[in-house]
Design a protein around this ligand. Sequence first.
Ligand SMILES: [Ca+2]
Ligand SMILES: [Ca+2]
Ligand SMILES: [Ca+2]
Length: 432
Amino acid sequence: MSRVLVSRGTALLALVLVSLAPPSDAGAQDATRIASGLAAPIFATAPVGDSRLFIVERNGRILIYTATQGILPAPFLDYRSVSGNCAAPDCPNTNGEGGLLGLAFSPTYESDGFFYVYYTTGNPFASRITRFSVGPNPDIADPTTATVVWTTPQPATNHNGGTLAFHPTNGLLYLATGDGGGAAARDNSQDDDSELGKVLRFDLSQFNPPAQLAPEFPYYAKGLRNPFRWSFDRATGDMYLGDVGEQVREEINVLPDGSAAGINFGWPIMEGSECFGGGMACDMTGLTLPVVEYDHAQDMVQSVTGGSVYRGPPIPALADGEYLHTDYANPFMNVIAWPSSNTPVDTGIQPDAGSFNSLVAISEGGSGALYIVDLDGEVFRVPETRAKPAAAFAVLALLLLSWLRGASASPAMRRAHRVLQSSASSNAWASR
Ligand SMILES: [Ca+2]
Ligand SMILES: [Ca+2]
Ligand SMILES: [Ca+2]
């Protein structure tokens, strides 16, 4: 095809596209940026029913956001080493994939004021759960109430997991741990005597400080590599675990509520549905495979960020029960409607300001609204509407234009490559 023909074809196509374009609803699918300029925000949550959003900064602060006041000037908690509120070696240690990684409010927070944080600390490196209490001012926690609940040694600074949460009804605190990090630590995930690479459950009614609390044994589930972000479906109690892969696959795993202890997610025997080896025979007997897999090369992914099931007020953007999730290296906004479908659907959600860069959480506020946390300093609220037809139309238009121009990759693919390349060198959660 000659240059002239391409040019005419492109112009003709553009005319056709303009004439067929759907009514404009620009911005309808945009996520609202609610905060920027934060210091490495890594998670957000709130007590059920609370209108405030508690944003966790990796270096050891927890900030409060409200719709009317924005980020409150005083942090809810400052547990950074520079604050004077913690003493080494208990302060959060941000080496490798470490830091203050998770936050969970007591199911009875309104009456007991307890909240629990998960962080890496110390020298030698360790993972820890510590309990705090809110102070007389409901927007300020009391750092002097720090009470260590549980600690486990970490063989390396990567693969520490990052999320802890209370089951929506049974009162137990759940934590998912990574394999510990480094090739030598992989076997921890299948070792029934190691707390690493597991889902652990804690019965806090048995907590008697200063003695630390042991998790349930045998552990609830095993065979995880680095389940950095996971969440409960608050309506069903099912656990959705994003498990960061090694060389070829990223995983979304579902652990149905009420499952007996002993679920084995397969690492390092399997990476996704492929044999990994890891010095172990590839025997799939009794293993639970992921419900969704992303392929590193084909899907331009590197490090899954498990998200949340939408159970908020009815909105057009997300159907009740859809699970929104993403990837640290390729910030897509996909949903699955498990268990009826495990085929990811692109929501087309984009930010209204700033950009999606290094997404480390899609988590729930107190009403069930979802928030997207970007480690580069931004936090977004998921929009109430989404323009599926417009998004589909745009993709179709881009594909047609690419074809006419003879391009080998779509703009979306090129964007994915660019994001992947720009983040590869600093991607803490995609360690290999
Ligand atoms: Ca580790
Ligand atoms: Ca697995
Ligand atoms: Ca950003």
